[in-house]
Design a binder for this molecule. Sequence first.
Ligand SMILES: [Zn+2]
Length: 304
Amino acid sequence: MSSYPQRFVVFHGQDCLVPPQLAEALRPSADGTLAQVVAPEVISWPASMFPLELFAGAAQGYSYSTFPFLNISYGAVLLSDDGGRFIKAAGLEHAAHLPVRGLASDFSSHLGRFVLLAKAHAHWAEVSRFCGACGAPLVDANGNADVREPLDEHAHGARFCPRCRRVFFPRMSPAVIVMVRRGDSILLEHNVRFPGNRHSLVAGFVEMGETLEEAAAREIREEAGIEVKNLRYLRSQPWPFPDSLMLGFIAEWASGEAHPDGVEIDHVGWYTAEALPELPMKGSIARSIIDAFAAGRFSDSQPS
Ligand SMILES: [Zn+2]
């Protein structure tokens, strides 16, 4: 039996539930950020505030994954649409809602890191309840004497199948996102799922057997019908909606006329920094790369 973590973080949909008595702390500061007024200590809940039987395991329908943050052990729980029973049993009806996606813009802060890490663990707990090979209920791998391979002590969230003895590590889904430049313009596209006129960079999941470079070239070819050159890595961002690791690149147009695939993408275009369309939310890696372009941060390496 693993012991319960000392504190819990509870998610419902895309929000983090915050104890009612601490909702006051959620008021935005003068500059509009929540991060400066909310610390991990006030968005996590002492275990004593929960009926512990809610965490007894899969039979209850709720699972949690444990992770350390600043030397404290936390458990993260994700409530799906049927979370009403949990909310009522735990007395969470009047909890305040901290928008998780909004905190992505402050991933460098302790709070942003904490909430996104907790969100990733909460999702993993929800989808790692049973063995994908034999169907048996999984248990925590850490500290389990039956696990043959010694686990890295940092393999938090690893799950173990007592029946077929497989170990499952937390899953991340790598996705490439690429800013393609042509002269002083960049390629932006409108996905059919985007609201309004929002445009973003070419992006897509890496397929099995692909290098990141191959995935980037394929996505650009598929979605916009062009070829690129001089692809180079910029930076990455964990994006736990639900389990992506975004890998950002920049590339230069090489050949072809851009046109949308007509299925996933219904519009593509070349945009200068002075005439950008509606952009993705601040905090996303797409937005930060586009903002850097608009601020002229890539101008030194642009072809004249
Ligand atoms: Zn199994």
